[in-house]
Design a protein around this ligand. Structure first.
Ligand SMILES: Nc1ncnc2c1ncn2[C@@H]1O[C@H](COP(=O)(O)OP(=O)(O)OP(=O)(O)O)[C@@H](O)[C@H]1O
Ligand code: NI
Length: 311
């Protein structure tokens, strides 16, 4: 059924900085996210791809306002057209926006899995939870276990089920599939797809690019804390000629199935970001302008790219 596409989440020029002690008592700000843009519509799965340290989990924490105390957030976040204030984030967190956390350490070690997954809902969603556990091949007695009695893969399946039990309109799934079998991972993705098809939405943070390209509608490519490109997932299937940013093209070529071609150089550290385009130091196409000024976001062929030369 064709659903009306509503803009659920809109993020503009988001930055997240950490106040850190540098030398002795001197303080320094580390900019871990800068000039980040992301839009999520109802009905879609948006995958976030990017190497370790590119700001994927931080974005999830910023949306939910669960960043550490020494973090400062700037920029604009809107949910269903209204500003996402801290008060609203608190209301939406765990109810309308649910997180599948990256770390299984989020499970409460002192609480049995069943009641923990059921949460504070009334009436208790026990039946719904049991069905989800079954779909995820979690044996019936799992509900009576404590987190330490679960394998890593079981814990992940519990975390995904816990998010799906809620009536969330948006699920942010941060690396939901490690430790799962391929069949279980596919089941998780199918469930996210079902959710999206019901008019909800999923942000899927993943290193598994194949799963992302297969199940997502759009892919946002993160680099050093910024979105360098947002493309249709089908562009990634087509190949580098359909992509717009030199980093996305390089990322595609670095995939095992596409030749495993490494990208020379390193992603810059939050404490020493280049002045202009964050990818410029590694970019074969850089010009003087790239090193001086952060490129604006441009729309090209139905995608968005932050590059002066992207075409
Ligand atoms: N509590 C913190 N204090 C200071 N800097 C932090 C903190 N948390 C994250 N960072 C910085 O933010 C960067 C992005 O971290 P984030 O966890 O979002 O990466 P990620 O893309 O989720 O990586 P991974 O794929 O490994 O999960 C890190 O490289 C680090 O420099
Ligand atoms: Ni992460």
């Amino acid at each position: 059924m064709e659903q009306k596409k509503e803009t659920l989440l809109e993020i503009h020029d988001l930055s997240v900085s950490f106040r850190m002690y540098d030398h002795g008592l001197e303080q320094k700000d580390l900019k871990a996210i800068s000039d980040l843009h992301l839009t999520v519509h109802s009905g879609e799965i948006v995958a976030i791809a990017g190497s370790s340290g590119s700001g994927k989990s931080l974005l999830a924490s910023a949306i939910l306002d669960i960043l550490p105390d020494n973090a400062t957030v700037q920029g604009h976040m809107h949910y269903k057209g209204q500003e996402l204030t801290r008060e609203r984030q608190k209301q939406l967190r765990g109810t309308k926006i649910a997180l599948v956390p990256q770390s299984v350490a989020y499970l409460d070690p002192l609480m049995k899995i069943g009641p923990q997954a059921d949460g504070h809902y009334k009436p208790k969603p026990t039946e719904k939870r049991r069905k989800l556990f079954e779909r995820f091949q979690l044996p019936e007695h799992t509900e009576k276990l404590y987190p330490f009695q679960l394998s890593g893969g079981m814990a992940r399946r519990v975390l995904v089920s816990t998010a799906l039990i809620t009536d969330a309109e948006l699920i942010i799934a941060d690396e939901p599939t490690p430790g799962m079998s391929l069949e279980q991972a596919l089941e998780a993705l199918r469930m996210f797809r079902e959710m999206a098809d019901e008019g909800k939405a999923v942000i899927l943070i993943t290193h598994d690019m194949d799963l992302a390209f297969e199940f997502a509608d759009r892919v946002a490519v993160f680099y050093a804390g910024t979105t360098v490109e947002t493309a249709l997932a089908s562009d990634f299937k087509t190949g580098p000629e359909a992509l717009r940013h030199p980093y996305s093209k390089a990322l595609w070529k670095a995939l095992p199935q596409n030749g495993f071609e490494p990208i020379p150089g390193f992603q810059p550290y939050a404490g020493s970001l280049p002045k202009g385009c964050l990818f410029a130091p590694r970019c074969p196409y850089k010009t003087e302008q790239c090193e001086k000024q952060v490129p604006p976001v441009r729309e090209i062929r139905g995608g968005e790219v932050r590059c002066y030369h992207g075409a």
